[in-house]
Design a binder for this molecule. Structure first.
Ligand code: GLC
Ligand code: GLC
Length: 813
């Protein structure tokens, strides 16, 4: 069952009922100001950091799920009815409803009793505000008497403190109002250590306002029944402590056929320390009025909106495919890349499943996200790499996360995840392959943000590499530390008491527990490190690196193979994890995918066997499960992985992040049919039809889909902020469609199903435009002939030539 449809020409998903199985959200904002907005107008806004600079309040764990947002109420004074363009919070049944989530904007069109409301919300490219332009049209044949009310509830900035520290917070709230309520200023803590405030302004005279929540709603009501709206009259309240809000009331008469548009601006303003006040206790409003004047007419809003559209047109022109499969095209050209950009902006901080107050930027997560957006925003990717590397410890290991505002590492989620260092090589290598910019490698970068320790980025990568090379266990395999990519495989933790965090409890290091997954990573990214060393003409280092890689490769063949698949790990007693010998958890997905894509066991025939085992043991109609059989008991020696009920999360869920590893692995072996089959199973556009099962948004990936053992098999959870976005884009763009950036130039080596048909692709790369025509000739893999600007090219790589700006490429498979 579907709850909407894709409008590819407009690059929108059109939701046709507000009653989706879960809130289906979108993100507004591209630089520093962001909003989350659901299909019922729920959500919140923040500046730069969802935890520390939150503008509007959101209530967690709420019932119903999604019930605080930036709301507009339409009151029909003749009929005495109240409704919202997004249906919530009043939930008056609408005569028609449509929500279009587009790239950086959402548009709602609703009709009730002949009155149409069209609401467009977006964050302009270069400003710290969200614009909500709302047009009311009388489509009926009698004159309408209406009142429009706005509503936002301010958050007292630190979103974490805001929901805990009531003894203080209920006395700190302060506001100012100007223009009889046209602009409401939220200035809590501005008198002391803050030099910023928030505004909600409208480009019109108003007939009333409120700034106190209790006055507007009534002490016993929620936003679904605001007294002021029901009574048709705001009270002019001035908040002092308690919960400040902003609400404006505009009364209007609309003759049949007439429309009126109002532009609301929710903004963030920062003043200089010495320019904070206009008069004693009166904030300096100059910048606020300047901001409001930038959007005080429909023309200005239209222009800002066009800039946003142009930005996305430009970005999405960098990789564009036309194939015979419209679902592939829509994911590759629109939604997958869009989700990659959202993970760039949000990392794992703010979604409807990440509270915005918990996780900041993950070290490993951000490095992997980069793989999906580096082609879109290489300059910002460059900065991101430097930021991440700046938090690395001198011994090459890493904080697991850092806070975006301070860019400093913190240990809230522990450290000592031994896969982390290698992801820095992955990200940097992807950046250099994309851009050819070697200068990043000599950039001076601190350790743990201490500038006195700064060394070249290449030196950081060397320390990453050496960390793994020098932290090996009894079988010559890398030590796992606190965990590897699988956060929940806590082999040194041994937690016995509820409430202990698996991520921080116990020693992070152990001298015995080893990871075959990290071994796969080391083989893959060790080789990429060696290539970077060669580019810097350090052949001795490249040779040393390859010798270290060889040792680990051999160790995997000797101790990391279980007979039919790769072993997952050795625990703290050197017992096998992910082996036939285990009672539960006999096979794990990660090493099968990653060792194969790293090339381990390919020529020995082991990779082929491993992937067969994946197909037999882990595959389901909704994707490939992370392990089997799921753990039915808690295993002290394994940690969090066995804490989840069977079929969920890391205990046998379909963890979408590593499905592409297996799909890529299949392309390495040339199995186009199977690679694509795996791609399709978790791909949103291909499962749109079962939205009632899948539940999460049909235009983006979720972190997890419940596995076969789960009661709700096939149900998605934790949509949007997942490394799945980057890895599926890498898979489909670089391996399935086969356009892979190498240091020497683009390599073309598609691996597709036999019946995939021909396709054309535009790829912008290092200042040149490549127009690539692929004739698949019913073949799954193997390029027989590659012609570039009419000249036949040896091998698969189109040699990069800075002087050539246009490349017409014809590929015969
Ligand atoms: C979550 C984490 C990611 C981890 C994965 C598997 O998605 O963000 O870092 O690799 O879970 O545990
Ligand atoms: C929990 C989650 C895992 C996530 C981790 C991050 O372990 O199950 O998916 O990566 O927390 O802290």
């Amino acid at each position: 069952m579907k709850y909407g449809y894709f409008d590819d020409a407009a690059r929108e998903y059109v939701i046709t009922t507000p009653k989706t199985p879960l809130p289906w959200i979108n993100y507004l904002g591209n630089k520093e100001f962001f909003s989350l907005i659901s299909n019922t107008c729920g959500g919140y806004s923040f500046y730069k950091d969802a935890k520390l600079l939150r503008l509007t309040r959101y209530r967690y764990n709420n019932v119903p799920y999604d019930n605080n947002g930036k709301y507009f109420y339409v009151k029909d004074r003749n009929r005495n009815t109240v409704w919202n363009p997004g249906w919530q919070p009043v939930k008056t049944e609408l005569d028609s409803y449509e929500c279009r989530h587009g790239l950086g904007y959402s548009r709602f069109t609703s009709l009730k009793d002949g009155i149409e409301a069209e609401l467009l919300s977006f964050v302009p490219m270069e400003d710290n505000c969200e614009i909500s332009s709302i047009t009311l049209t009388n489509k009926g044949d009698t004159s309408a008497e209406l009142s429009l009310f706005s509503y936002v509830e301010w958050c007292l900035w630190n979103a974490d403190d805001d929901m805990k520290n009531f003894q203080r917070n209920l006395s700190t709230g302060e506001v100012e109002v100007s223009g009889e309520g046209s602009v409401i200023f939220h200035k809590t803590e501005y008198r002391e250590r803050r030099n910023h405030y928030a505004i909600l302004g409208v480009n019109s005279k108003v007939n009333g306002f409120d700034t106190s929540r209790d006055a507007f709603l009534g002490a016993y009501n929620g936003p679904d029944h605001p007294d002021a709206v029901v009574n048709g009259k705001c009270t002019g309240s001035m908040a002092s402590g308690w919960s400040p809000i902003a609400s404006q009331q505009i009364d209007l008469s609309l003759a049949p056929g007439k429309s009126r548009t109002f532009i609301f601006t929710l903004g963030y303003i920062e003043n200089e320390e010495n320019d904070k006040w206009e008069a004693p206790s009166v904030i300096n409003k100059k910048k606020a009025f300047e901001m409001l004047s930038r959007y005080d007419s429909e023309d200005k809003v239209e222009k800002a909106f066009e800039e946003l559209r142009a930005y996305w047109n430009e970005l999405l022109g960098i990789y564009h495919v036309s194939s015979e499969n419209e679902k592939v095209d829509r994911m590759v050209n629109i939604w997958n890349q869009y989700q990659c950009m959202v993970t760039f902006n949000m990392s794992r901080s703010a979604s409807y499943y990440e509270s915005g107050i918990g996780r900041g930027m993950g070290f490993r997560d951000s490095c992997q996200d980069l793989l999906g957006f580096v082609h879109l925003i290489p300059d910002r990717a460059r900065q991101r790499i430097i930021d991440i590397a700046s938090t690395q410890f001198p011994d090459g290991s890493a904080y697991h996360q850092y806070q975006p505002l301070t860019k400093k590492g913190n240990s809230d989620i522990g450290s000592g995840f031994n896969d982390d260092p290698l992801w820095l090589i992955a990200g940097t290598s992807a950046y250099v392959r994309e851009t050819g910019d070697l200068s990043i490698l000599s950039e001076s970068v601190p350790f743990d943000n201490d500038m006195t320790t700064a060394q070249s980025l290449m030196n950081h990568l060397q320390r990453s590499f050496n960390f793994t090379a020098t932290h090996k266990g009894p079988h010559g395999l890398p030590l796992i530390g606190r965990a590897d990519w699988n956060d929940c495989l806590n082999l040194n933790c041994f937690s016995e008491h509820p409430g202990e965090s698996f991520q921080t409890f116990g020693p992070s290091e152990g001298p015995v527990a080893e990871s075959v997954f990290i071994a796969g990573m080391f083989v893959k990214y060790g080789e990429e490190y060696a290539q970077l060393a060669e580019l810097l003409h350090d052949n001795a280092e490249a040779e040393r690196a390859r010798a270290e890689v060889k040792k680990v490769y051999d160790a995997v063949l000797e101790y990391g193979w279980d007979g039919d698949w790769f072993l997952r790990a050795y625990d703290a007693e050197s017992k096998k994890v992910g082996s036939k010998e285990c009672e539960e958890g006999q096979i794990y997905i990660e090493p099968q995918g990653f060792c194969t894509l790293a090339g381990i066991g390919v020529k020995e025939g082991l990779a082929e066997k491993a992937l067969k085992s994946v197909e037999e043991k882990l595959d389901t109609k909704y994707g490939v499960m992370i392990l089997q059989p799921a753990y039915t008991k808690y295993h002290l020696e394994l940690g969090e992985v066995s804490s989840y009920p069977p079929g969920y999360k890391e205990n046998g869920g379909i963890f979408c992040h590593n499905n592409p590893w297996v799909s890529i692995a299949e392309t390495v072996l040339g199995h186009g049919d199977r690679a694509f089959d795996i791609y399709k199973k978790t791909c949103p556009a291909f499962i749109e039809d079962i939205s009632e099962v899948h539940c999460t948004e049909p235009y983006v990936y979720s972190q997890m889909v419940a596995g076969r053992d789960a009661k709700f098999f096939g149900q998605g959870k934790n949509s949007w902020l997942t490394g799945t976005a980057a890895w599926t884009f890498v898979n489909v763009s670089q391996y399935i469609l086969g356009v892979y950036p190498t240091h020497k130039g683009l390599s073309i080596d598609p691996c597709v199903p036999e019946d995939f048909g021909d396709f054309t692709l535009t790829r912008k790369f290092r200042g040149g435009v490549y127009r690539i025509n692929v004739h698949t000739n019913g073949s799954q893999k193997g390029v027989k002939k590659l012609t570039v600007n009419g000249v036949v090219c040896e091998g698969n790589v189109i040699p990069f030539d800075a002087a050539v700006k246009e490349y017409d490429v014809v590929v015969e498979m």
